[in-house]
Write a protein that binds this ligand. Structure first.
Ligand SMILES: [Zn+2]
Length: 182
C-alpha cells in the first residue's frame, strides 16, 4: 500500500466518492476490442490499483477464447480470466488488483442495464467499491461511461452511482496488463 501511495501523484487525490482513473492505453484497448467484436458484445476485467477512494485502471483482461458473444449479452471464459488475473498479479509483483468489469453495448447506450446493475451489486459483495465501465457505440464512435457500486449493508440496498471517467497517461514504468490484446 505504501508503494502505491508513493507512486500515485498528488493530483490523483480527491476526498469524496470513488474516482475512476482510466489510462489512455486501457481506454484504447477497450474501444479496439469493442470495434473488433461489433455487432457482438465483448467484455472483461479491469485491473489496477485501489486506494481508499480511487480506482486507477492500468490494465485489462479480455473475454477469453471460450467466451460466448451475443448482440446484447456475452458470457466470459471465466477460467481463462481467472488464470490471466493470477498472471497479472504475479507479473506485477502484486501491484495489479481486480477492480471491476468492462463490456461493450454494440449499437447501444453507455448506461447500465438492469442486469448490469445486478452484476455490479453482486461484485460489491466481495470487492470493495467495484467499478464497471461500459463502451457504447458503433463504427468509429464509442462512448465510455463508468459506475461504482457500494455493497448492500443490512437494510440498505447496494448503491450504484455513475462516475465521471478521468483519462490519464500512465507512466511507462507503471504496471499494466493485457494492452496488446485484440
Ligand atoms: Zn451491459
Amino acid at each position: 500500500m505504501e508503494q502505491r501511495q508513493d507512486r500515485a501523484p498528488s493530483y490523483l487525490r480527491v476526498q469524496q466518492g470513488v474516482t475512476i482513473w482510466l489510462s489512455h492505453a486501457v481506454q484504447g484497448a477497450i474501444v479496439r476490442l469493442a470495434r473488433a467484436y461489433f455487432p457482438l458484445e465483448v467484455g472483461g476485467l479491469l485491473l489496477g490499483w485501489r486506494d481508499d477512494r480511487e480506482r486507477i485502471v492500468t490494465g485489462l483482461v479480455g473475454p477469453g477464447p471460450g467466451a460466448l458473444h451475443g448482440r446484447s449479452a456475452f458470457v466470459p471464459d471465466h477460467a481463462w480470466q481467472v488464470a490471466q488475473l493470477h498472471q497479472a498479479f504475479s507479473a506485477s509483483g502484486g501491484d495489479l488488483d481486480y477492480l471491476g468489469d468492462w463490456h461493450s453495448h454494440p449499437a447501444g447506450v453507455a448506461q447500465l442495464s438492469p442486469v448490469d446493475r445486478t452484476t455490479l451489486a453482486r461484485i460489491a459483495r466481495r470487492v470493495p467499491d467495484p467499478i464497471m465501465v461500459i463502451a457504447a457505440g458503433s463504427g468509429h464512435d464509442w462512448t465510455l461511461g463508468s459506475w461504482s457500486g457500494k455493497r448492500a449493508v443490512l437494510w440498505r440496498p447496494a448503491v450504484i452511482e455513475e462516475r465521471s471517467l478521468r483519462p490519464f497517461s500512465a507512466p511507462s514504468e507503471w504496471s499494466s496488463f493485457g494492452l496488446d490484446q485484440g
